[in-house]
Design a protein around this ligand. Structure first.
Ligand code: ADP
Length: 204
């Protein structure tokens, strides 16, 4: 396919703005970005937080690693380059969710600091809440939710984060959840209270 010239694509401005959508939703749009090792609890906490927010009347959506890789990113593998492209596409997608005035919760290992920072700058730092699910590798291995660590340790999965691929911890995340020490309920309560402090929504 020939490369498209810049001037062939013109951004169409909607009359229904993000501010108007947020007013209708009665909460702000934000990206809640969970990061951490496989099995650290990103998915579980993201979905449970969504459940809480949904019951409070918020418009939410969880973007989950495996689900995205079945569709939007099904052509990508796990090399550093593909992981970067994976996060780039997800970043562009969450930006649209943000424009829709929604609360997007993402559960991706997203191992590279620079990729996460790229999304932060793409959506704007005030709308990006990075939550580090910190859990020792040993505990993640014991949990081995999907049997992936077992397979990775047998060498069946190449470039598996924590085993044969790196994970770069966030430097200044908005929140750290020690998921091996806290209950799921406590983790969710911390996320919800952070969103309230940030005035993303006010409890009715
Ligand atoms: P990830 O999405 O990071 O790969 P998952 O959410 O799929 O991780 O799995 C985390 C596992 O850890 C689940 O089996 C969950 O029940 C368990 N778990 C134990 N304590 C917690 C906690 N405080 N928060 C989240 N998950 C927890």
């Amino acid at each position: 396919m020939p490369a498209r010239k810049e001037n062939e694509v013109v951004w169409h401005h909607a009359t229904v703005t993000r501010e108007r959508r947020e007013a209708l939703n009665r909460h702000k749009g934000v990206v809640v970005w969970f990061t951490g090792l496989s099995g650290a609890g990103k998915s579980t906490i993201a979905h449970e937080t969504e459940e809480r927010l949904h019951r409070l009347g918020c418009r939410t959506y969880v973007l989950d690693g495996d689900n995205v890789r079945h569709g939007l990113c099904s052509d990508l593998g796990f090399s550093a380059q593909d992981r970067r492209e994976n996060i780039r596409r997800i970043g562009e997608m969450v930006k649209l969710f943000l424009d829709a005035g929604m609360i997007a919760l993402t559960a991706f290992i997203s191992p590279f600091r620079s990729d996460r920072e790229w999304v932060r700058s793409l959506v704007g730092k005030d709308h990006f809440i990075e939550i580090y699910c910190r859990c020792p590798l040993e505990v993640c291995k014991q949990r081995d939710v999907k049997g992936m660590y077992e397979r990775a340790s047998r060498g069946e999965i190449k470039e598996f984060t924590g085993i044969s691929a790196p994970y770069e911890e966030p430097v200044q995340p908005e929140l750290v959840l020690e998921t091996h020490l806290l209950s799921l309920e406590d983790c969710v309560a911390q996320v919800v209270s952070l969103l309230q402090r940030r005035e993303i929504f006010t409890e009715a």
